[in-house]
Design a binder for this molecule. Structure first.
Ligand code: PMP
Length: 284
């Protein structure tokens, strides 16, 4: 089946979808994105992603070309047209096409593109049973990581460094403290506390993070939002990551050293279960 994508108001076969070479997303990475997962044909936490999208656009003074209701309809239509049971929907909005200039153009029309990726069994990834291996790398990204821009080259380089080291991902480190994973938020569990970096410009404000911390607090778990070091991570009882595509995923090795027992931990497993149960119930 040819994939149908959405570009500026039209649903088209992917080979027919086109964006200008002058698009500022291409020339300046002047655009933002969101990724929403689909489980059982329904969208997980669509409202959370729509809210963060608006925040990212506001920070960059890009006009939102669609209302939240219209955006929901586009997501649903793409799920329907592509027969997605489990998968991901990528959305990108850029400032649009304009003659090349660092100054934001006054008259550009934002470009909006959405496409799907089918991921059968997305919530049953074998990594959830075995756990991930991570390496630590220096965080060399820019300083506005709270804006979800399409500028993903350093995370991409980080993934390549992880792959070269035989690991699944990299945790990035700034001033001795872990910021986040290349495409996920990072957590450790020590004693009864779940520890994850506080929100700020240094990390992306994960939509999954917000939900998982809410569920953890509702389950009377202790949450500490503060920076933690690489040494603390290596001495932790458990570690895990969260993201819209991985949900809650255990991390069992860091820089070749086992974390805790070297097996996925109970707190992580419980959070994963609560997250998936609750979010499936609330899916739209
Ligand atoms: N941090 C970074 C750098 C990311 O790229 C992502 C996922 N896009 C996340 C955290 C997790 O965010 P979310 O839970 O909203 O997917």
């Amino acid at each position: 089946m040819t994939r149908t994508v959405y570009v500026n108001g039209e649903y088209l076969p992917e080979a027919e979808a086109k964006v200008s070479i002058f698009d500022r997303g291409f020339l300046f990475a002047d655009g933002v994105y969101e990724v929403t997962s689909v489980l059982g044909g329904k969208l997980i936490d669509f409202a959370g992603h729509a809210k963060r999208l608006q925040r990212s656009l506001n920070e960059l003074e890009i006009a939102n070309p669609v209302t939240e209701d219209a955006l929901l309809e586009i997501h649903r239509e793409l799920v329907r047209l592509n027969g997605i049971e489990d998968g991901l929907i990528y959305l990108q909005i850029t400032r649009g096409a304009a003659d090349r200039d660092f100054v934001y153009p006054k008259d550009a029309t934002p470009t909006i593109v959405l496409f799907t990726q089918a991921k059968p069994g997305l919530a049953d990834s074998p990594l959830a049973k075995t756990g991930m291996k991570v390496i630590s790398i220096e965080d060399q990204r820019w300083g506005r990581r709270d804006i979800k821009t399409v500028q993903l080259l350093y995370p991409s380089m980080g993934k390549m460094m992880a792959k070269a080291a035989g690991a699944d991902d990299a945790w990035m480190v700034e001033d001795g403290h872990v910021t986040e994973g290349t495409s996920n938020n990072a957590y450790i569990v020590k004693g009864n506390a779940i520890i994850t970096r506080h929100l700020g410009n240094e990390i992306l404000h994960g939509i999954t993070r917000a939900a998982v911390l809410r569920f953890a607090r509702e389950a009377q778990m202790v949450v500490e939002e503060r920076p933690f070091t690489v040494d603390e991570a290596k001495a932790a009882d458990e570690a895990f990551i969260t993201s819209a595509s991985a949900f809650v995923m255990p991390v069992v090795v860091m820089d070749g050293q086992p974390i805790g027992t070297g097996q996925p931990g109970n707190v992580t497993a419980r959070l994963r279960e609560i997250y998936l149960d609750e979010m499936r119930k609330a899916a739209v």
